[in-house]
Design a protein around this ligand. Structure first.
Ligand SMILES: Nc1ncnc2c1ncn2[C@@H]1O[C@H](COP(=O)(O)OP(=O)(O)OP(=O)(O)O)[C@@H](O)[C@H]1O
Ligand SMILES: [Mg+2]
Length: 374
């Protein structure tokens, strides 16, 4: 779908930003460009839509050299999202999203209707459409940026560090949202970041660049972690790559322990009777976990009192037995106040428990089975 063939960019001052880049971006997938500051990620990205012209080599989109396309026409098929969203401050959110459809010649009513649909697609309430960008949070602005880029339904989306200006929690939410959206849209996405965790989470394939615009490795995240091509990549993916690699191991062989919960609204006497090793997990009426109670902090509460939400200690992350990886099982165990990770089914209902020991056993089994390269 997008092909770089020996692409070099030398700026007028002699800086070689991209050096003989050969790379094929898979259609309908997320390809991430990652690397240290100044390694040529943005330059590579902008050569795709001709915001920057390559010095030599060719870039093909759908088999056609981008130099043969008229830039405005080329860009209609390529959405572009940048850091801090780059919204027009004096236009409302809806008008921002409708910008490209209007440029593409849509009438006002159609462009507006499309903008309203897209607000919903990116998870923003309709009422926000009338606000101005400054009246939105950073995360909401980024969503508007994504909506604007999707407005004329381009098959390709270029995203240049779109989430780096927001705090880590909002950022995780935006990443999850992008993965959810991509599940529905199947765009060809090229995503630039300097955050290896973001690259590994989002990328179907990841291209690691080193300074001087040299492609150091282009692989799936799992391969990158398991078999870094050289010292530079190994350092870049980090010493904790073994831990990251857990994210790619299906937790199918993982033993799930029995764990019964006590309902919100039950009596403290019932909760006390259900304690195992000093802890009991609390669930709501749908059997969804809402946290923990410990023998310690129940000791001062009356037997006849009800188990109320304000008594419950926040739990850790949950392990989804249907989609979760070994990493998420380990996260669940390590983040739980009781040291028992809480396992749930795809609907979020309590299934049982996992322990860190059990995760390590499953990891050892995967090693023996040759699923984890040393
Ligand atoms: N217009 C320009 N003229 C000269 N050099 C430039 C120009 N634009 C970028 N460069 C240089 O090209 C190299 C690559 O820049 P680029 O913006 O592609 O890096 P990047 O990987 O996106 O970095 P960052 O992570 O900081 O955004 C850098 O050394 C940069 O200074
Ligand atoms: Mg950049």
């Amino acid at each position: 779908m997008i092909e770089f063939q020996a692409v070099t960019k030398r700026f007028d001052d002699g800086t070689v930003a991209v050096d003989e880049l050969d790379l094929t971006v898979d259609p309908g997938r997320i390809t991430v460009f990652v690397g240290p500051s100044g390694c040529g990620k943005t330059t590579s990205l902008r050569m795709i839509n001709r915001m920057i012209e390559a010095t030599s080599g060719s870039i093909l989109v759908d088999g056609k050299d981008v130099r043969q396309s008229d830039p405005p026409l080329l860009r209609q098929g390529i959405g572009y999202v940048i850091q801090q969203a780059g919204l027009f401050p004096h236009r409302t959110v809806l008008d921002n999203i409708a910008t490209v459809p209007l440029l593409a010649g849509w009438n006002r009513a159609k462009a507006r209707k499309r903008a309203e649909e897209l607000l919903e697609t990116v998870g923003l309430p309709a009422a926000m459409g009338r606000r101005y960008p400054a009246q939105l949070s950073g995360g909401q602005q980024q969503r508007v940026g994504v909506a604007r880029a999707l407005a004329v339904d381009p098959p390709i989306l270029l995203m240049d560090e779109p989430f780096s200006a927001v705090d880590p929690v909002v950022r995780e939410g935006l990443q999850d949202e992008l993965l959810r959206l991509q599940g529905e849209l199947d765009k060809t996405i090229v995503f630039v970041t300097h955050d290896i965790d973001e690259a590994i989470k989002l990328g179907d394939k990841v291209a690691v660049f080193r300074t001087g615009g040299i492609l150091a490795q282009y692989d799936t995240p799992a391969e990158l972690l398991a078999r870094p091509a050289d010292e530079f990549v190994a350092n870049f993916v980090g010493r904790d790559r073994g831990y990251r690699a857990l994210g790619f191991l299906a937790a199918s062989g993982l033993g799930i322990g029995e764990l019964s919960g006590v309902r919100l609204g039950a009596t403290v006497a019932q909760a006390r009777a259900a304690l195992r090793d000093g802890w009991v997990v609390v669930v709501d009426e749908r059997n969804h976990p809402c946290g923990w109670l410990s023998a310690d902090h129940l000791s001062s509460v009356d037997d006849s009192a009800a188990v109320a939400a304000d008594l419950v200690l926040a739990g850790g992350s949950l392990y989804d037995t249907e989609h979760g990886s070994l990493r998420s099982a380990l996260d669940a165990a390590l983040s739980s106040p009781s040291a028992l990770g809480v396992a749930v089914d795809a609907d979020g209902a309590l299934v049982g428990s996992v322990t860190a020991d059990e995760v390590l056993r499953a990891l050892a089994a995967a090693r023996t089975a040759g699923e984890v390269p040393q």
